[in-house]
Design a protein. Structure first.
Length: 719
């Protein structure tokens, strides 16, 4: 073979090898150009924007509640007119190495990734340049394609502009919430002043808004988060030596005076709650500029009535040191929110009226007890199960023994479950939880819609059944809705439809005609019996009397439960029919205790009674249908057992789940040893000063014995 032929073969192989290398590169280059470079905007077009449109929020009948303005409120000012405190606050919280790194901060990305993956602490790693590019030139979609564009544009931007110019553009263009874009508009919107006149405290608050303007807005549904964010930024500035310890202390305690919202707003707590939901789903840019039309479930006429009722009743409670109240009204079968009043007056800034208490975590007091008793019924106990109401202490390995007391400071001997729940007897509720276990109560509460409880039962004690765990009014409305729905859970659905600016329906909720579309979380028989107890005026007469504000009309079948925390900081009344749930809370935003608030009747009950009476009007109140597996039986009023054929016991009627009705006949008089001094049951093992007598004895599920016919001395708890 000649050398010439060999040379040609070698050359052909090289050409093929080069082709194999070049072809993928060409394909990748083509893809990169076509999908990334071709439509990449120029950094010089940082102010080029599509015309935004306003988003409107309506009630269920089409009444306009609020307009989220589409007009972009923005005034460009040079960096020299932006106070150094605001520049430093922004850098401290958003990009503390801004002047040291390039367009991309690799250390920041690695740090954020580590925190997110290993510490479960979601953090961002974007530089100020990236944030400027993202908010001004790109869409909010979270895709690899957009991220690549963001990185390329950030690199190019830092080639075009100095760090000072980038910071200036960022502070003039980043959204600060609503229609406020840039620091000048933000300063005017929130404080009614020019940016150059901002104090350190005000600058720190504004610097915290771009991260999530809706979440951290002092005008939003959680204004307390704005203050928390401000303190976080001041701390970061101090730690980074951008301010002195004295500056930090002064700014921390400086009161912030906000400018009043000029945009007319109806049902403000509800509207801002809806806005939060929309932002979480569609992003703040779409909500604030996308021209959405949002129809909600709110009934504005009912909302106004509830607002007026709360304002009127709170004014009457001034001498009780009650400064605030809130209410939530829902349709349990559909989950619709008909009214949401987060405070007595949203615009009362002196008492933090803009805080939406329906979203806040508060202790529910005894209003949580029905869930505990529902667990007891599931476990086979009945509405006729007797409890010995006496002074009892429970050992506590981490502290002193737990000794629950009743609200009236008295003990009532034998009391059956129906009357223990109806009269809100604390000792019996604690006994019920002792039998049920804390784990079971938390699991059932979670299934019914209470998600605030920590899944670790060891964090709670037996006081959980008396309200020892914090919940929200939204959660309580969902949980009580389960009872109203015969065991079906319907999550809250305050948004009925969302339509975009092009007329396309983004979402639509068609309320079901029956709660059967929800999730079954309780047996229907359990819900029926709990509801029957809570609507039994006779079952609560011992504690509330026969004509309390818990009674509606001529004893209409309306279920209701009160709740007051032991420290008198939270006072609740929650009631329902198959048509509605009404949750009312009374207390103080600063968490100071009230005075002489009597178990829900003095504080929350008058509001609940007025709202419930208004809702019912002249319409008949439907009763919950009795399930087929619920039967009625006559039982002894003391023991809950079957009345004997010979002899007698006081009897009453009770409902039972089939299979749980009593099988044992009441034994009547029993021979027992009596302490001749106390005239009560002798202590276990006692042999001195005793004699055998016949008495009526009741033993409860915890083996506590009570002599019904004995003379009882004043009880004292024993560990």
């Amino acid at each position: 073979m000649s050398k010439k032929i060999i040379f040609k073969k070698v050359t052909l192989k090289k050409r093929k090898r080069m082709l194999y290398i070049a072809l993928p590169i060409f394909v990748l280059a083509f893809i990169f150009y076509f999908f990334i470079i071709k439509d990449l905007p120029s950094p010089t077009a940082l102010t080029s924007k599509a015309l935004p449109q306003s988003t409107k929020i309506y009630d269920r009948s089409g009444n306009l509640l609020y307009t989220i303005y589409a007009d972009k409120n923005q005034t460009f000012i040079p960096l020299s007119q932006i106070p150094l405190s605001l520049q430093n606050a922004t850098i401290a919280i958003e990009d503390k190495e801004f002047y040291k790194h390039g367009a991309i901060d690799m250390r920041g990305i690695l740090r954020a990734s580590y925190a997110t993956i290993f510490k479960k602490d979601l953090q961002g790693g974007s530089t100020l340049t990236q944030q400027l590019v993202k908010t001004s030139l790109l869409s909010p979609e979270r895709t690899i394609k957009r991220k690549v564009k963001e990185v390329l544009l950030s690199v190019i931007t830092e080639m075009f502009y100095s760090k000072e110019k980038i910071l200036e553009m960022y502070l003039n263009q980043v959204p600060y919430g609503g229609t406020a874009y840039g620091v000048e508009a933000a300063a005017q919107t929130y404080f009614g002043k020019k940016a150059k006149d901002l104090t350190l405290a005000e600058s720190a608050l504004l610097a915290g808004l771009p991260e999530s303007p809706t979440t951290y807005s002092p005008f939003g549904s959680r204004p307390e988060l704005a203050k928390k964010r401000q303190l976080e930024i001041l701390t970061a500035m101090k730690d980074q030596h951008l301010i002195s310890d004295n500056d930090y202390a002064q700014a921390k305690k400086q009161p912030l005076t906000y400018r009043k919202i000029s945009n007319p707003i109806l049902a403000p707590h509800f509207v801002l709650y809806i806005k939060d939901l929309l932002v979480k789903k569609y992003g703040s840019k779409t909500v604030e500029q996308g021209g959405l039309s949002v129809k909600t479930s709110l009934d504005i006429s009912l909302q106004n009535f509830a607002q007026d009722t709360i304002a009127t009743e709170v004014a009457k409670l001034k001498n009780y040191h009650v400064g605030n109240a809130a209410s939530l009204i829902t349709k349990p079968g559909t989950g619709e929110i008909l009214a949401m009043v987060g405070s007595k007056d949203y615009f009362d800034t002196a008492s933090d009226g803009n805080v939406n208490v329906t979203l806040a975590h508060r202790q529910p007091g005894s209003s949580i007890k029905p869930i505990n008793y529902a667990v007891g019924l599931i476990k086979g106990y009945t509405a006729a199960t007797p409890f010995v109401d006496q002074a009892t202490c429970y050992p506590n390995i981490t502290g002193p023994a737990y000794c629950p007391k009743n609200y009236d400071g008295k003990y009532h001997g034998v009391i059956q479950l129906r009357y223990a729940l109806g009269n809100s007897i604390n000792t019996s509720a604690v006994q019920m939880l002792k039998l049920n276990t804390i784990e079971s109560m938390i699991a059932t509460a979670s299934a019914m819609g209470i998600t605030s409880y920590n899944s670790d039962p060891s964090r709670y004690g037996l006081s959980l059944t008396l309200g020892g765990g914090e919940v929200t009014m939204l959660e309580m409305a969902t949980a009580y809705g389960v009872f109203a729905n015969n065991g079906y859970r319907m999550d809250l659905h305050p948004i009925l439809s969302v339509i975009d600016s092009h007329g396309r329906t983004l979402e639509r909720y068609t309320p079901p005609t029956s709660p059967i579309f929800g999730e079954r979380v309780l047996p229907s028989g359990i819900s029926f019996i709990i509801s029957d107890i809570l609507s039994d005026n006779g079952a609560r007469t011992l504690a509330f009397g026969p004509n309390s504000l818990l009674r509606i009309g001529k004893n209409l079948p309306v279920a209701v439960k009160t709740g007051t925390t032991n420290d008198l900081r939270d006072n609740w009344t929650i009631g329902y029919t198959p048509n509605f749930v009404v949750v009312v809370w009374v207390g103080n935003n600063d968490n100071t205790p009230m005075n002489n608030i009597a178990s829900g009747v003095t504080g929350a009950a008058p509001i609940w009674n007025t709202l419930t009476t208004h809702l019912i009007g002249n319409a008949p109140v439907p009763k919950l249908a009795k399930p087929d597996n619920v039967i009625g039986k006559t039982v002894c009023a003391t023991s809950g057992l079957i009345p004997p054929q010979q002899g007698s016991c006081p009897t009453r009627f009770e409902y039972f789940i089939k299979g749980t009705e009593p099988k044992k006949v009441d034994p009547g008089l029993q021979k027992v040893f009596i302490d001749k001094t106390t005239q009560d049951l002798a202590k276990p093992g006692q042999t001195d000063n005793v004699e055998e007598r016949e008495h009526l004895i009741v033993t409860d599920p915890l083996n506590n014995r009570y002599c019904v016919t004995c003379s009882h001395p004043t009880p004292t708890p024993s560990p």
